[in-house]
Ligand binder design. Sequence first.
Ligand code: ATP
Length: 222
Amino acid sequence: MGSRTRLYSMPMSFHSLARFDPSVRLALRALCSAHAGPVDLDLGRGECIAIVGESGSGKSVLLRMIADLIPNEGTVLLDGAQRASWTAPAWRSMVVYQAAEPAWWDATARAHLPASEQKRAQALADALKLRAAALDTDLELLSTGERQRLALIRSLACRPRVLLLDEPASALDAASTAALEALLRSELERGTSVLVVTHSEEQAERLGQRCLRMASGRLEVA
Ligand SMILES: Nc1ncnc2c1ncn2[C@@H]1O[C@H](COP(=O)(O)OP(=O)(O)OP(=O)(O)O)[C@@H](O)[C@H]1O
């Protein structure tokens, strides 16, 4: 093991992408910013990796680096292709970052969704045990937990290849958490890959095929 945490299946030169393992959805090599890294990691197709760690250890910074929302260096590959192959908006619709406190720019959750996703959104709302009117209610009138579940619906409306979830259930009760986890499991079965940051070791155990710990900006096996 080198100076970096090695959490990937095979050595890989990023200059020889022909050797890329097709089971890997997202690959990070020497990904770093001023506040976290370097990080090397492979996330498989349909794999969920849970990331735990102390407050301020760099979990959110890692997700934001992957989404390219903050300055970062290193290599990020999606299905073997360099992140730079895509425009930033295209990248962020395939690799969707859901913040711990998601931002909204329209009055209702439904207004954030494309027409093609409206019907599915209602089904997702049902699956997440949201009341029927939640999608059409002024977001300011909804509870934090309702907005949190609506944020997941908005994230899924992009039909992402990778979901980067930052504390997606922090405001949810046990029943809503179970509904959210069941929905994420069905997404994983469809091949979506998930990196989920959580302060709940129990949730990390339930959801993650692998559980990693962030400590001082470095990932290690939990
Ligand atoms: N733009 C920035 N300028 C200065 N410091 C920053 C910046 N962004 C992140 N940091 C610092 O990087 C560290 C990691 O932050 P990060 O938000 O990733 O923590 P975290 O592990 O997600 O914590 P929490 O569990 O509390 O959400 C923190 O000390 C934070 O203050």
